[in-house]
Write a protein that binds this ligand. Structure first.
Ligand code: ZN
Length: 179
């Protein structure tokens, strides 16, 4: 995998890996087995784990349990991961997502990120060139919307831009958001 060469110096905070276990409640045994197979055992919230091991675990889960579960893991992240202070709205959450991503990863190496491009009051574009699965980021964006639901909005629409997807080898996924 090309991406592990740029991420092998990076570690992930245990609290953010915990989302994986929380989201897989019905498959908890399987989740533990997958993590253990990649050396993440025991999983402790305050410890740090190598990013390639976490990404390989995601790949196994995507293969074994499918995209719905991967999306559900994304849903669980905002409940577990560390967020920078001062986030009280959906737009500030989108703008702060990259900083949150960096708080939950440490080390040297290019890990890409979450690039927020505000457009109108209720639209934005998010470019994700981090090494996590596309489905995971979709779940993450939906969860941010739920947690910081903008007043007067009933639905978040996410449209995946046609310029390429990480699941088929592209460098980034671009999402058009409307709420
Ligand atoms: Zn994608």
């Amino acid at each position: 995998m090309a991406r592990s060469t740029r991420s092998d110096q990076v570690e992930v905070y245990g609290r953010s890996v915990q989302a994986l276990l929380n989201a897989m409640e019905f498959f908890e045994f399987k989740a533990h087995r997958v993590l253990a197979a990649h050396g993440i055992e025991p999983l402790e919230p305050e410890k740090w784990y190598p990013l390639p091991s976490v990404l390989d675990s995601f790949e196994d889960i995507l293969k074994q349990v499918g995209p719905h579960t991967t999306r559900a893991i994304g849903h669980a992240v905002p409940e577990n991961a560390v967020f920078p202070p001062g986030i009280h709205s959906f737009t500030s959450a989108l703008a702060g997502l990259d900083a949150a991503y960096r708080l939950n990863h440490r080390g040297t190496g290019d890990i890409g990120g979450y690039h927020y491009h505000p457009e109108t009051e209720r639209t934005a574009r998010m470019v994700c060139d981090n090494p996590y699965p596309c489905e995971f980021d979709l779940g993450l964006l939906e969860a941010l919307y739920k947690r910081f639901k903008p007043k007067g909005s009933i639905l978040l629409r996410i449209e995946h831009d046609g310029s390429g997807c990480r699941s088929t080898g592209a460098e980034a996924c671009t999402y058009q958001l409307k709420w």
